[in-house]
Ligand binder design. Sequence first.
Ligand code: PLP
Length: 363
Amino acid sequence: MTGGDILGFQRNLTQTPVSDAEREAQLVNPGFGKVFTEHMVTVRYADSKGWYDARVEPFGPIPMSPATAVLHYAQEIFEGMKAYRTAAGITLFRPEANARRFRDSARRMAMPEIPEELFLQAIRELVEVDEKWIPGQAESSLYLRPYMIASEVFLGVRPSAEYLFGVIACPVGAYFKGGPKPIKLWISEEYTRAAPGGTGAAKCGGNYATSLVAQAEATREGCDQVVFLDTTERKYVDELGGMNIFFVYDDGTLVTPPLGTILPGITRDSIMTLAREAGHQVVERPYSVDEWRADAANGRLREVFACGTAAVVTPVGTLRSASGEFTVADGQPGEVTLKLRSQLLDIQQGRATDTHGWVHKAI
Ligand SMILES: *Cc1c(COP(=O)(O)O)cnc(C)c1O
């Protein structure tokens, strides 16, 4: 099989399905990333064969040698996307954008690029066999986690000649119970996330590994999330550990850091589109912490929010650093933030007409 062919998936479904009653119980309050569906997808790749051995199997361990390359040199990438139960059926939001970004991440990590159609087929297979696990309540969805690891057994330092691509899924409930609550951010002055020429724009586990010490510091400081600054001047805002960030001004302008060392979020891109259509000016430019502090003080900066697939849009209230803390406006979720948030959720969950070709039927 060469990379361009669409593979047939071999289905080996579970012999011990979860009862409807047990599944319903698990769907009541699934949290995030703790409850997994009953199946998973795997596809193998070898330099000599291309993509092969596509399977849908019961969710379970992947046996591997302790000398498997990913365990030592961290050649690993992933994606995050959601399937929704809507009046129009089971849908996905901009899945081709995830497929494209997965290929971009692969290229940066010297991994093979999975064809878009194979990536999407893998998603559809899992959604189809585990369809019953997709929650139906507002703001609930099935979170899908495609990933790829270097699976060759060797310790030499070069790109692996073999890879495993997989997809797992977990039902997730409303991120905020009782409406979105503003989060408090900690500025990491010691640790950075991504340097120019590094892997900041790739969705790879390594970026998360290096962000965890800063996230732990944020938690110790009583904050919810960390915000990373640029590596050169330690002055400009990059993004959070796993979310992009927007600043809303009193004249309606939205400012967001430019692409480069940040992860090109699909939520970020969608928000920019919706905001421009609503008449907001959206400016991608370097944004400094000094500006953030000064414009919060003079009142021109009205709202700040973070965004990503998992939490969609999260209002930011307070910014804390070693030199103290300050709050933007009254610290409550802003009007523009809430409007963009509900607009995006309505499109994703099928309550509003999709005029952008973003919503795709999964099955
Ligand atoms: C995934 C991710 C985001 C958000 O991207 P979306 O496509 O909007 O989900 C932002 N920052 C980082 C570091 C990420 O890994």
